[in-house]
Design a binder for this molecule. Structure first.
Ligand code: GDP
Length: 197
């Protein structure tokens, strides 16, 4: 997919204020520092489209972008900030759960996982929630340039094993590096395929 146009539309905290649900939508989410902004910028080839790491505790919003006037890309606030207050954690969960359940044009959630680490409970729990709500999602293992391919593979396999304890089918996954610009065609090709269905 060639990105001809990538434009920021709006930020808000309420699903009913999001753009009209007339185009397929793809949301990106993961733990803080997982490399979400870098991935979005790499996919769209726009260096500053997604702002890198906002400070934990800062108001966090649902950010909509429109790509090629054909689909929405959504940058969702991350989870797993160690220093976030309980109150903000509850606010985040309410906003995200509401968005994920209510957003009717949501085609797929990309759950970003840092490929350097072995399976983390917070990521598994989030995907468990998506699965039990029937929300379509795939996994994106980020920062693959940071270690050997076999180490990445080992971490991917561990996630798949843990996921298969709960689900008959494990989600599709992609391996990316924003640094080396790998995985881009695969992710964009996946989006193209869904858009054409
Ligand atoms: P976010 O908080 O999830 O949006 O994460 P950022 O995109 O701001 O990235 C967090 C840190 O990881 C930054 O220092 C990035 O430069 C670095 N980073 C992100 N993606 C990659 C990658 O693919 N490879 C490497 N080596 N570093 C990355």
């Amino acid at each position: 997919m060639q990105i001809r146009d990538a434009t920021f539309l709006m930020s808000n905290s309420r699903v009913e204020l999001c753009p009209p649900p007339t185009l397929p939508e793809y949301a990106f989410i993961g733990r803080s520092n997982v490399g979400k902004s870098s991935l979005i910028n790499m996919l769209t080839e726009r260096r500053g489209l997604a702002k890198t790491s906002s400070l934990p505790g800062k108001t966090q919003l649902i950010n909509h972008f429109i790509i090629n006037k054909e689909w929405y890309l959504v940058d969702l606030p991350g989870y797993g900030y160690a220093k976030v207050s309980k109150e903000n954690r509850v606010k985040w969960a309410r906003m995200i759960n509401f968005y994920l359940r209510q957003r009717e044009n949501l085609a797929c959630v990309f759950v970003l996982i840092d490929s350097r680490h072995s399976a983390q409970a917070v990521d598994l729990e989030f995907m468990e929630m998506l699965g039990s709500e029937g929300i379509p999602f795939v996994m994106v293992f980020t920062k693959a340039d940071k270690q050997s391919g076999s180490r990445t593979h080992q971490n991917v396999v561990e996630y798949m094993q843990k996921m298969s304890e709960s689900w008959d089918e494990v989600p599709r996954h992609f391996i990316t590096s924003a640094e080396e610009k790998t995985g881009r065609e695969e992710v964009l090709g996946f989006i193209t395929d869904i858009n054409q269905q």
